[in-house]
Write a protein that binds this ligand. Structure first.
Ligand SMILES: Cc1cc2nc3c(=O)[nH]c(=O)nc-3n(C[C@H](O)[C@H](O)[C@H](O)COP(=O)(O)OP(=O)(O)OC[C@H]3O[C@@H](n4cnc5c(N)ncnc54)[C@H](O)[C@@H]3O)c2cc1C
Length: 426
């Protein structure tokens, strides 16, 4: 657990600014007078943390969310079985993640996942990568044997799609190699959103269509046909990269070239989770993850332990990322489930009963995501910082595309960081 909590820092600091401070800072008057200090686009973990911080500092904020739920890539399905199932983020990585303070505050139950993490050695290299070099070429050039490479492709794209400079700059080779504890939130990852969302003005089913700059700040056209207008002095844009790349949200005037280039140069990985419920236990007693090795087509996670005697079901998720996920996404849904089941039977070395229920979510086809989480391709190592530059002090991008991080913790911390900077700049 980190020493200083993002949440208690704000609450205990007593440094509330008082409502309306942004409006006067922006010199807003006349045409298009803003109704809010800040409008936040996207109610994922980043947008919610940003709005929480602003409101805790006494500002007014409205959060506009396209979907009929909050959480974005934190997507817990409570309807599947007796246990909540994660169709997006599933794990808290490490016992010192900032997200633990949200777990504590929400009172959510967690369990440590036995098995399934790195466990390699730190990677020694003599010199820094070239700017356009991919991570696999760099490791080859440094004579690091492939058997020592970090197992990135299990969770993400293979190393030949990653920027070596990015990974080197942020010690990601070692991060991916290091063994770490993973934890699941038993009663649903979405529980950790509760302390953030509590009391916020979140407008669900309100997709933003256009971000227009006006003299007093921004005017957002939202709703199915862009018929709802929201005016604010400033705007936090906590959208996924895939949505920014499609141009589904228009900017008037267009974004600066630096920002457009940054959006173009980053990329989103493909990831797919296929979740099965069996009417009896199928996993061995331990570990909770199987198939965790470089080059494996699937990793399998036990989500809930069944009990043969009481007849309680067992829920298992099959996980594929990068090229493996793309192969599956090219199939129809039945074929995806069949492939996952056959691979699970292979790993367990036994025939499996037909699942009594199954569910999945296609993040690539999801128009409010357009892919799973972000990665940083060769040459794009400066793109997150370029996109994080505020546009005229009014538009503030946030989340994965500005940090290059792809964790719930990363979004949580960034929501606070972006709004701390916004407030400091007043
Ligand atoms: C399958 C999968 C597994 C993952 N596993 C893990 C894990 O185990 N551990 C971990 O830490 N992280 C994991 N992640 C990554 C983590 O979930 C993300 O990095 C994090 O949740 C991103 O948060 P965000 O708020 O920045 O973006 P998002 O969660 O993508 O939020 C963006 C929000 O913007 C909304 N939006 C889109 N378009 C519009 C529009 N036009 N108008 C208004 N709103 C709009 C979206 O609906 C969404 O709510 C996983 C992600 C996926 C997809």
């Amino acid at each position: 657990m980190p020493g200083i909590s993002r949440r208690t820092l704000v609450r205990g600091g007593g440094a509330l600014l008082g409502g309306g401070v942004l409006l006067s800072a922006a010199g807003c008057s006349g045409f298009g007078t803003p109704d809010w200090d800040v409008a936040v686009i996207g109610a994922g973990i980043t947008g919610l943390s940003a709005a929480r911080n602003l409101v805790d500092h006494g500002m007014s904020a409205v959060v506009l969310e396209a979907r009929g739920r909050i959480g974005g890539q934190v997507h817990t399905d409570h309807s599947f079985t007796s246990v909540p199932v994660e169709l997006g983020a599933g794990l808290i990585h490490g016992s010192d993640a900032y997200t633990w303070e949200l777990v504590d505050e929400s009172g959510a139950d967690t369990v440590r996942v036995r098995g399934g993490s790195g466990g390699g050695s730190p990677i020694e290299t003599d010199s820094a990568p070239l700017d356009t070099e991919d991570a696999a070429s760099y490791l080859r050039r440094m004579d690091v044997p492939e058997s020592d490479w970090p197992p990135v492709s299990i969770d993400n794209e293979p190393l030949d799609r990653w920027s070596a400079t990015w990974m080197h700059r942020y010690d990601l080779f070692d991060w991916w190699s290091a063994s770490r504890e993973n934890h699941r939130v038993v009663d649903g990852y979405d529980r950790v959103l509760e302390p953030l969302a509590d009391g916020l003005d979140v407008r669900l089913s309100t997709p933003v269509r256009e971000v227009r700059r006006i003299r007093s700040g921004v005017e957002l056209a939202a709703g199915p046909d862009g018929e709802q207008i929201f005016r604010a002095a400033r705007c936090i844009i906590a959208l996924p990269l895939g949505v920014l790349q499609t141009g589904d949200v228009r900017f008037d005037p267009p974004l600066p070239t630096s920002h457009l280039d940054a959006v173009r140069s980053l990329d989103t990985t493909d990831a797919l989770k296929l979740v099965y419920e069996f009417d009896r236990p199928v996993f061995p007693e331990e570990p909770d993850a199987l198939g965790w090795e470089q080059g494996a087509d699937f990793v399998f996670w036990r989500i809930s332990t069944g009990d043969a005697d009481s007849g309680s079901p067992e829920v298992v998720a099959a996980w594929a990322a990068g090229a493996g996920a793309r192969d599956l996404l090219a199939m129809d849904e039945d074929a995806r489930f069949d492939a996952g089941l056959a691979a699970l039977a292979d790993v367990l070395g036994e025939e499996l009963p037909a699942p009594v229920a199954r569910t999945t979510h296609d993040w690539a086809a999801d128009r409010y995501s357009r892919g799973a989480y972000l990665y940083v391709p060769p040459g794009a190592h400066d793109a997150p910082a370029a996109l994080a530059e505020p546009v005229d002090g009014v538009l503030h991008f946030a989340g994965e595309p500005t940090t290059g991080e792809n964790t719930v913790e990363g979004g949580y911390v960034n929501g606070y960081d972006v709004t701390d900077q916004l407030i400091a700049g007043l």
